[in-house]
Design a protein around this ligand. Sequence first.
Ligand code: GCU
Length: 519
Amino acid sequence: MKKLFFFLSVLGIVCVSTAQKPEIDKSKYPPLVTFTAQEDHSNMMEQLGIISVRPGPSGNENAPNHANYDESIADPCPILPEILVTEKGKKVTSAEMWWKQRRPEIVELFESEVYGRLPENIPDVTWTVDVVDYERIGFTPVVAKKLTGHVDNSEYPLIDVNIEMMLVVPANVKGPVPVLMMFGRPSFPAPAKPGEEDMAKINEAFKKLLINEDPSLEEVFKQYPVYTPFEYENPFARMMRRTGDPSPTEQLLAAGWGYATIDPGSIQADNGAGLTRGIIGLVNKGQPRKPDDWGSLRAWAWGAARGLDYMETDSLVDATKVGIEGVSRYGKAALVTLAFEPRFAVGLIGSSGKGGATLHRRVFGEAVESLTGSGEYHWMAGNYLKYGAEEATFGRKTGCDLPVDSHELLALCAPRLTFVSYGIPEQGDAKWLDQKGSYMATIAAGSVFKLLGAKDLGVSNDYLKEEMPPVLTGLLDGQLAWRQHDGGHTDAPNYSTFIPWASKFLDYKSVPVRGMGRR
Ligand code: GCU
């Protein structure tokens, strides 16, 4: 039986864990605080002196408290914070002034009021390559590496953080290749299966084991002499069976790009109860956040930057051409990553909405109040709650009191490649996301791209006048780009535009190599 169990575990059919962890003496550390999201939210309100926050609007248009969808009242404070004027009122006229004065001012405001700061004492991450698999995705041979970023938890061993990432690079082109890192669940795309001869060996051994376990099976196998418990599959048959449009990852590989998927949940949970756990909890030794501590978006962005640290050590990857991608809450995370980590060369920001590319101060669909309620506040710094406060020691505040807005977050990405992507409400990319508010922010951000010698959307920077281009009309001539596809809450339909756009600006053309390439 033991032998059979071992055999199945080798085949990946059962999992055996042998690692024994040493006992931790919990009395040596501050006890881990366990809060519900509601309790953590209340704790933050108390720290901030907030008595009540306004409830967020309902996404259901038939509900009495539904979100505003009336354009005529969507801009209660239409004039955005000046992007190219310093806090002292000086006009920013040179790239040097941007980098030395204005950009740091904007970073400081986003850190203190919106997304939170990275703590000074974040522990180191050590990456291990756990499995390397040589696979075929469609007709493309690839190398797939399963990686783990182990965060040093020696200061607080009550919390374990292990970042999970999968890196997949094409093996049929000359490397190193550009890579698009995506927030999502890492899995092997097409696990390689044993070849015909190996499979025959496995079957023979397996049959022997089974007969050992139950000798009556010998007769059964005799009756079906050609039967094999595990069937060999011709890899080419698998390729031929493939139908439908190529997926985003297949398109990337076909263009000679690699991709990585990084698991946000392995960095930081997507809920308020998790704020005393994950990387945020580890640094805080299991205690609740302070008002300017980082939220989940910033934590996910930090994790992505650690993934990029790994890429810098992998000779298959051109670490100067690594992008970051995400949709919805991970679209917000992708934008925060690109804004704060200058080593990322490109971003595909999918349907990011409030807290992402959409203007906070606009009141259309999702509101600041949606992000300050107990369901989504964990994405942000605690301080962000102030802007949803109805009653507080500091008075009442709204989105109009925010000293920064999303046009400035987009500007932090300049002059790097920034592609803002949306779908259409008719197909499920809800009005809730406020596509127009994102367009306005992208328009306004353009002035910084131009100041730094890059190109913006190619229209004016007058965000109050410019109209959104028709669906499927990409504004793709610059390092800052916009395209609304005709699909739903996804960025997949924009890959066929994004890949050539990014390859052009990164000056990348894949060069084929013969056979299995680097294998
Ligand atoms: C909700 C939330 C959005 C978010 C979206 C998602 O709709 O209000 O801010 O982008 O979920 O991530 O799916």
